[in-house]
Design a protein around this ligand. Structure first.
Ligand SMILES: *[C@@H]1O[C@H](CO)[C@@H](O)[C@H](O)[C@H]1NC(C)=O
Ligand SMILES: *[C@@H]1O[C@H](CO)[C@@H](O)[C@H](O)[C@H]1NC(C)=O
Ligand SMILES: *[C@@H]1O[C@H](CO)[C@@H](O)[C@H](O)[C@H]1NC(C)=O
Length: 615
């Protein structure tokens, strides 16, 4: 009696779904076949239980044993795939293709070179394969050479130890191999027993824990700080280079960023699906992988294998610091316009009240009252003490008020002189779009200008309309970025480029203290390494890189390369003002104006009334 549950319906013409009680191969079976059936059942109910299993039976098997026997009493969810030809590619949809990654593949093969191992269909790229050899002879070494087993991360092979005298006591040995290690011979893990192999980890070894000094060809461009770049001492450094170094130490492979013949073209997808540039090299298998600023995009995930994302970065916008407000105005900064206006109002009001209250006692003119009110405001003693109590009280109150005003003014002025007053910097793309600044970018075929110009978002299309391109100049150290830098320093433009590169560029050109990056970034993306499609050991990079990212090493390397801390210190230093005479320009200006006015008044008095000199 056959019992198995199907978890999905495989719509393949050649697939024959086994139905209970139907014997497909009514032939006499060799006497060891119950052993093969038992081992398969033990494997499916033991280490493989709880996982989706796709069972594929090679057509060669039917010559030696009955499938009925093999499948008797299976209880785990199993998809049975039995084919007689290997032309199954056309019948599988993408849905099954994505599924085949998570499913454990169990292959039952007979003698010869089963096509399942030697020419597996393109959609079949399982993580785990268990091969049960249902034949008296088992050529393990040959099977391990097959493309399917070479390219699968975890493989176990079950070989029959046939005992001709007592076939029912035959046993199965469990073997595995490490295709890239120094010793690629099959490795015997032991004799099959459900108590020895209880978990997936017991049965399946990680085939690519050691890449055996494999020389990985990494195509890259060394003008992509901080990802890959040439240091001042000529060495290639960068986040990607450091990740590769750590990975090569862990996985035992070699690579050479220097010798890579990476074209400077990143790689675009042509009409027929083939890429040019560095991605083209990887697609054609001329290079194993590519590093540099490559973000994970929908199309690339179809055409390549890609690692986890190790960094997120977009395009930054660099702007010139807003100019400090003119220094001669500094005496006005302590109060806002409203406070100044109300002060003028209060002075007029107090002058008027003082004039009214002291009119009878002192017979002051309005001008004299005004002078007295102003004297106290200017920190001068009041020359004439009023005799009327009401005006005394009023003057006392006014003296108190002017004291408060003087203290607050002096404190504010001091604060403004020590922290220079700047216009508020821009923070968002929207502010930038509305600001009176144009945008500048180097014309090296980046997608950003076009994407901005054709954007439906009002902010982005506004920015796109303001974009100016500067030409590529290969003879310059930064290939022409210098043109944009000049425009930014002259405060007419803002510079668009990948965020970290932009910061390093201004730092290296000595303008680090004069500019600031916009907080918001354009087209933020996740950076990853890209590998040739179906690279069997790619998953090791996922594991290793995830560890590097989660341990904070990638971020640490980034800050190290960007020299974040020292830069910040320098920035502060350049912004900390030293108080100088020029800060007091306003006061001196006022002094000069006052002195000038006083001189003119004196001269006028002298000329108009030469007789006033008292005897
Ligand atoms: C790396 O692989 C080579 C070649 O297989 C081997 O000789 C060497 O011992 C391995 N190194 C390490 C550290 O495992
Ligand atoms: C695809 O097109 C490019 C040119 O656009 C050509 O060089 C390449 O050979 C073509 N590839 C295939 C597979 O047709
Ligand atoms: C100044 O005084 C003289 C005599 O002392 C007199 O003649 C003259 O008119 C006076 N001038 C004015 C402007 O009052």
């Amino acid at each position: 009696m056959l019992v198995y549950q199907s978890v999905l319906v495989v719509s393949v013409v050649q697939v024959v779904m086994c139905r209970a009680g139907v014997s497909l191969w009514p032939r006499p079976s060799p006497s060891w076949t119950p052993v093969a059936g038992r081992v398969l059942r033990e494997a499916l109910t033991g280490p493989l239980s709880g996982h989706q299993v796709m069972l594929m039976v090679d057509d060669g098997v039917q010559r030696s044993l009955s499938l009925d026997l093999l499948l008797t009493g299976l209880t785990s969810p199993t998809v049975l795939l039995h084919t007689t030809t290997h032309n199954t590619d056309n019948h599988f949809t993408t849905q099954q293709l994505t599924l085949s990654q998570d499913v454990l593949l169990v292959v039952v093969v007979g003698t010869g070179s089963p096509w399942l191992l030697w020419s597996p269909p393109g959609w079949l790229s399982p993580r785990v394969v268990l091969v049960l050899v249902a034949a008296q002879t088992c050529s393990a070494r040959k099977h391990f050479q097959s493309p399917l087993l070479q390219n699968t991360p975890s493989v176990a092979l079950l070989c029959l130890n046939h005992k001709p005298q007592t076939p029912e006591y035959s046993t199965y040995s469990v073997m595995t191999h490490f295709p890239l290690s120094a010793n690629p011979e099959p490795l015997l893990l032991g004799t099959w027993h459900p108590n020895t192999f209880t978990t997936l980890e017991d049965l399946f070894q990680d085939q690519f824990q050691d890449l055996g000094s494999k020389d990985l060809i990494v195509t890259n461009s060394v003008n992509d700080a901080p990802l890959v770049f040439r240091r001042a001492d000529g060495e290639v450094d960068g986040i990607c280079a450091r990740i590769l170094n750590a990975m090569s130490f862990w996985l035992n492979f070699t690579f050479n960023l220097e010798s890579s013949k990476g074209s400077s073209v990143w790689g675009e997808r042509g009409e027929n699906g083939s890429y040019n540039g560095m991605l083209g090299q990887v697609q054609r298998g001329e290079a194993h992988m590519v590093v540099n600023y490559f973000t994970i995009t929908h199309q690339r995930t179809h055409d390549f294998d890609y690692s986890i994302s190790y960094f997120a970065e977009g395009f930054g916008v660099m702007l010139r610091d807003p100019p400090p407000l003119p220094q001669w105005q500094s005496i006005l900064y302590p109060y806002t316009g409203v406070v100044w206006a109300s002060m003028v109002g209060v002075v007029i009001l107090v002058t008027f009240s003082y004039y009214l209250t002291s009119f009878r006692g002192l017979h002051l003119s309005p001008i004299e009252s005004f002078m007295i009110v102003l004297q106290s405001l200017m920190n001068q003693s009041v020359s004439q003490e009023p005799r009327v109590w009401v005006s005394r009280g009023l003057l006392g109150l006014w003296l108190l008020a002017t004291w408060v005003l003087r203290v607050s003014y002096t404190s504010n002025l001091m604060a403004f002189l020590t922290v220079p007053a700047l216009q508020a910097p821009l923070d968002t793309l929207e502010q930038l779009a509305n600001a009176d600044l144009r945008l500048c970018m180097l014309d090296y075929g980046e997608f950003v200008p076009e994407a901005l110009a054709t954007s439906k978002h009002p902010t982005l299309s506004n920015l796109g309309a303001k974009m100016d391109m500067v030409p590529l100049v290969q003879t310059l150290a930064y290939g022409g970025e210098e043109g944009c830098v000049e425009l930014v320093v002259s405060t007419t433009h803002a510079h668009v480029e990948t965020y970290s590169y932009l910061r390093l560029l201004y730092h290296n050109l000595g303008h680090g203290g004069q500019v600031y990056p916009l907080k918001e970034q354009l087209y933020l993306g996740n950076l990853a390494f890209f590998f040739t499609k179906n690279t069997p050991w790619k998953y090791k990079f996922d594991i290793g890189m995830r560890r590097l990212v989660e341990a904070g090493l990638v971020w640490y390397w980034y800050s190290d390369i960007m020299q974040d801390d020292s830069d910040k210190g320098k920035l502060w230093e350049s912004r900390l003002p030293v108080l100088s005479l020029s800060h007091l320009q306003g006061s001196f200006l006022l002094l000069a104006v006052g002195g000038g006015l006083a001189t003119i008044a004196l001269l006028a008095e002298r000329l108009l009334q030469p007789n006033t000199t008292s005897p």
